[in-house]
Design a protein around this ligand. Structure first.
Ligand code: C2E
Ligand code: MG
Ligand code: MG
Ligand code: MG
Length: 278
């Protein structure tokens, strides 16, 4: 598992305080020029599979190879982008890339992550719909992943934006479900299509009985509300079997595939076989 978390984290924890501050200072400038040229920015895609283990969609995940620091994980890039406002052009870049990916893979959906900062920008939903029209992608192929942070304030603005996007045919997924402090009340307040059970619950399966009970309850709740239920962070066959029996509709995790460059998804699409049968 430590190995699975990989190089990204290693680099992050390796930085001294001083280096961290310096990095933050140069990152804004470097990210700005990366956005201008597209250089060093990429999306990797992680498959989501159905109960038969076949790929049904992918989640787009940001990767940035910084000219000096090397690969920076999103956990390091996104907060800086949010603080500097660069999340707006970066978010649009992610959306355009995701639209292009969706057109390349007509049988898959493409899920992308949205920052709360994007959502709180006036005219956000219109802007998304404009880009979708420009790129000519079918809205049904796109899924927007939001976390509780998105929903926390400005209820009415956010609710209206989500409703507008859903009316246009996009799906909304609640990411990292169960980790925030008011996951349940959000289900009542905001109309969504999917719940993604946070990987912490999946990873505690077999270690704490509570995780199993929580997953069963979330699946039951989600299905009662007519939602699709996905589990993230699936790493073992035992977890896959449990989640399938529990009734999860989709799964995502290193067991099936890590996030990979677009070319590898195209190869998987051509193979058409289950990534891993339960
Ligand atoms: P997330 O949306 O919950 O994405 C899933 C994260 O879990 C990804 O990390 C993925 O690599 C990792 N993961 C997937 N399967 C497994 C597994 O089986 N085991 C383990 N240990 N990890 C797994 P990543 O790519 O580092 O992204 C971290 C977070 O950064 C994302 O969490 C998302 O919140 C944010 N993020 C990534 N790309 C974007 C983006 O384009 N825009 C915004 N606003 N946020 C992004
Ligand atoms: Mg996500
Ligand atoms: Mg997630
Ligand atoms: Mg998560």
């Amino acid at each position: 598992k430590a190995k699975a978390e990989g190089r990204d984290c290693y680099r992050h924890f390796d930085l001294s305080m001083d280096a961290t501050v310096k990095l933050r200072g140069t990152v804004e400038e470097d990210l700005r020029s990366a956005l201008a040229t597209g250089e060093g920015l990429a999306l990797h895609y992680q498959p989501l599979v159905g109960t038969d283990g076949k790929m049904v969609g992918v989640e787009a995940l940001l990767r940035w190879v910084h000219p000096e620091q090397g690969l920076l994980p999103p956990a390091q890039v996104i907060p800086i982008a949010e603080e500097t406002g660069l999340i707006i052009p970066l978010g649009e870049w992610v959306l355009r890339e995701s639209c292009a990916a969706a057109k390349r893979w007509p049988d898959l959906f493409v899920a992308l992550n949205l920052s709360p900062v994007q959502f709180r920008t006036t005219g956000f939903a219109e802007r998304v719909l404009e880009i979708i029209r420009e790129t000519g992608v079918r809205p049904e192929q796109l899924e927007l992943e939001v976390t509780e942070g998105v929903l926390i304030d400005d209820d009415e603005l956010v609710r209206a934006g989500l409703a507008q996007l859903r009316a246009a045919g996009l799906r909304i997924a609640l990411d990292d479900f169960g980790t925030g402090y008011s996951s349940l009340s959000y289900l009542r307040k905001f109309e969504v299509d999917k719940i993604k059970i946070d990987r912490s619950f999946v990873q505690h399966l077999g270690h704490t009985v509570d995780s199993a009970a929580i997953i069963h309850a979330v699946v039951t709740l989600g299905h009662a509300m007519g939602l699709t239920v996905t589990a993230e962070g699936v790493e073992t066959g035992d977890q896959q079997r449990f989640l399938k029996l529990a009734g999860c509709n989709q799964m995502q995790g290193y067991l099936f595939s890590r996030p990979v460059p677009a070319g590898q998804i195209t190869a998987l699409v051509a193979q058409r076989c289950a990534l891993r049968a339960a």
